[in-house]
Design a protein around this ligand. Structure first.
Ligand SMILES: *Cc1c(COP(=O)(O)O)cnc(C)c1O
Length: 357
């Protein structure tokens, strides 16, 4: 068996140690004679996994005590609707900062529930507008940002200061670098980029923002009801929750978020340097807002894309194609991508350039 370097944006690579531990426990979890997949979510074995995962996540992200952590389903996309339902009344306004295609989707979905003001946007999405250029409304229910735009490879390098609760989609940067949770009202993330398998969605919400949901909010989208039930109003995604727990333990063994952030910085810097030093590859994102998780680049001629992907694939460098909406290439280099994977990619890029440049 040979594992490859998988540059997919999500579902994405998981650390080998995590998969090995899951494999060791697949038939018999800690002498219970069954897999975690087969356990009742209300049994004491699973409750212990659930509590430990939350405790580890809180420790890794330094989540203050006045925040609730919810383990939900429906993806970040489900939260695009849940956010306005939980934080606003019909007819109220919210401000959105649109810095990429995920933010654009969030705007569209929220528009079904409230009056959306796009306070700033940067289409074709290769930068983040400076905060002083934002046209915020008077008294919005909240201000929404997408901290890292997975498709466009654009990321905030600062935390905005706003009066209304700040809501951030951190799907593709959660746990990748330190983040001051206390600056936010709500943080949310689909798990399949940097936390674990698909099927789990994390929502971190400040307690004073609970209890404001619209009356017709479906109970599974109601953060307060979910919180009161310990995210067990109905069956949660138990196995994804368990794997997320293994990922948290793995991350702790790597020096936590601070430790992995150093590696992430190095990985991104060397890949961008390789791109910038060549006349062949190009990245058009404003340097200071380049994503450390999703590195997008183009070749001089799109005709070469197919050969690049095929030859990379043959070398065990997989899923380098850009998102179908923008084309080009994208290397997603989340926490679980080893530094050697980035080194191999750079080596391959140089060889490809010398043959085709
Ligand atoms: C992947 C992604 C989403 C969509 O996540 P789902 O879990 O598939 O709904 C939303 N926002 C960002 C920033 C993403 O990277």
């Amino acid at each position: 068996m040979k594992r490859v370097y998988n540059f997919s944006a999500g579902p994405a690579m998981l650390a080998e140690e995590v998969l090995q531990k899951a494999a060791d426990e697949i038939l018999d979890y800690e002498n219970h004679g069954m897999s975690v997949m087969e356990m009742s979510h209300r049994g004491k074995e699973f409750l212990q996994i659930a509590e430990e995962t939350e405790a580890d996540l809180r420790e890794l992200m330094k989540i203050p005590a006045n925040y609730k952590v919810l383990f939900l389903q429906g993806g970040a996309t489900g939260q695009f609707a849940a956010i306005p339902m939980n934080l606003s009344a019909p007819g109220e306004k919210a401000d959105y900062i649109m810095t990429g295609l995920w933010g654009k989707k969030a705007v569209k979905e929220a528009g079904k529930y409230l009056d959306v003001n796009v306070a700033a946007q940067s289409e074709p999405f290769n930068t983040v507008p400076e905060q002083k250029s934002w046209k915020l409304s008077d008294n919005p229910a909240y201000v929404h940002i997408t901290s890292n735009e997975t498709i466009n490879g654009v990321a905030f390098n600062y935390t905005p200061e706003v009066e209304a609760p700040l809501v951030a989609d951190i799907s593709s940067m959660i746990l990748s670098e330190p983040l001051d949770v206390s600056k936010y009202g709500v943080l949310y993330a689909g798990a399949q980029k940097n936390i674990g398998p698909a099927g789990l969605t994390i929502v971190i919400v400040r307690e004073d923002l609970l209890g404001k949901a619209r009356e017709d909010t479906p109970m599974i989208w109601n953060w307060s009801e979910k919180s009161v039930s310990g995210s067990m109003l109905n069956t949660p995604p138990t196995y994804s929750w368990y794997i997320a727990g293994l990922v948290c333990k793995w991350l702790k063994s790597k020096g936590g978020v601070e430790g992995i952030a150093k590696v992430n910085k190095r990985k991104a810097e060397k890949l961008y340097t390789a791109i910038d030093e060549s006349d062949f590859y190009k990245n058009e994102v404003d340097m200071q807002y380049r994503s450390k998780m999703n590195v997008v680049f183009t070749l001089p001629d799109p005709e070469l894309d197919k050969a690049f992907k095929e030859q990379a694939y043959a070398r065990g460098l997989k899923n380098l194609g850009g998102h179908r909406s923008i084309g080009g290439m994208r290397a997603s280099i989340y926490n679980a991508m080893p530094e050697e994977g980035v080194d191999e990619l750079i080596k391959f890029m140089k060889e490809f350039e010398s043959k085709n440049g």
